[in-house]
Design a protein around this ligand. Structure first.
Ligand SMILES: C[S@@+](CC[C@H](N)C(=O)[O-])C[C@H]1O[C@@H](n2cnc3c(N)ncnc32)[C@H](O)[C@@H]1O
Length: 246
């Protein structure tokens, strides 16, 4: 398996996006590197023939840190974000973080930080307010966000959803902080079956997992696979994609 060499996202200071600064951090929620998030998204874009008005979905969204970062970095390209998690607590948290992609949500967070500064005069709150002012510049338009609760290991759970995702990107449970809700042996392959109603042959799916989980779903072809630290990233799409676009 290839070790990932960054092609699109340079080494930089991404601390304005640090979890717990402007974007809220949920305890027991794993952090995701901003540079890696941006790189994976750009690699997804390499495989699709659409560059804007994108609809993206994360079926294991957790606090939606990953989606919120993408919503800032690729604001002009994304028009809709769908996010779901099995736990209500995560979905509520995700709703709050994704609201930062709107003027009202940013304003609310700004007021909240200003109140904290007034009350405690702490350097960390002042730094967060400065970060907020900087990342606000990324917002060129408001992204529609829809957050719902769903068990992605239940194959019928997306049957009634009316959206079609251009990119499905998800950092599935692994490691000690979060685990799959069900001890099934094949959770990622079940997830890939479950998302069929909300994708089409143009959709690109990026799954981030660890080495212990294997992907072999007969309905998908792999377009790319690489290792980034302890993470494995697999990029795939449904089989039978027209030759001329491949
Ligand atoms: C690695 S975390 C995702 C972190 C997320 N990318 C973020 O930025 O905060 C994995 C998430 O999968 C969720 N999960 C576990 N089992 C699930 C299931 N059966 N259906 C949907 N979500 C599930 C967990 O609740 C957890 O929030």
């Amino acid at each position: 398996m290839n070790i990932m060499v960054y092609k699109f996202f340079q080494k930089d200071n991404y601390e304005d996006f640090s979890s717990g600064r402007v974007i809220s951090h949920k305890s027991k929620s794993p952090n995701f590197p901003v540079r890696l998030a941006g790189e994976i998204f750009c690699r997804c874009l390499e495989h699709i023939n659409k560059t804007n008005n994108l609809c993206i979905y994360d079926p294991c969204c957790g606090s939606a840190y990953l989606l919120t970062v993408l919503g800032f970095l690729f604001n002009e390209k994304i028009s809709a974000i769908y996010a779901s998690d099995i736990e209500k607590e995560f979905a509520d948290f995700a709703r709050n973080n994704l609201s930062l992609l709107s003027i009202n949500g940013l304003e609310k967070r700004k007021n909240n930080l200003m109140e904290l500064i007034k009350k405690y005069n702490k350097q960390s709150h002042i730094a967060a307010l400065n970060s907020l002012n900087r990342i606000s510049e990324y917002i060129k338009h408001e992204i529609k966000a829809d957050i719902f609760i769903t068990d992605i290991l239940n194959k019928n759970s997306l049957g009634n959803k009316m959206f079609c995702s251009d990119i499905v990107i998800t950092d599935v449970p692994y490691g000690s902080l979060v685990t799959w809700s069900d001890k099934t042996n094949d959770p990622i392959n079940i997830l890939l079956d479950t998302i069929i109603p909300i994708i089409n042959k143009n959709t690109i799916i990026a799954i981030i997992h660890n080495r212990n989980q294997k992907i072999s779903n007969a309905q998908y072809n792999r377009a790319d696979k690489f290792k980034a630290g302890h993470r494995v990233v697999e990029i795939m799409r449904l089989k039978d994609y027209p030759e001329e676009i491949l």
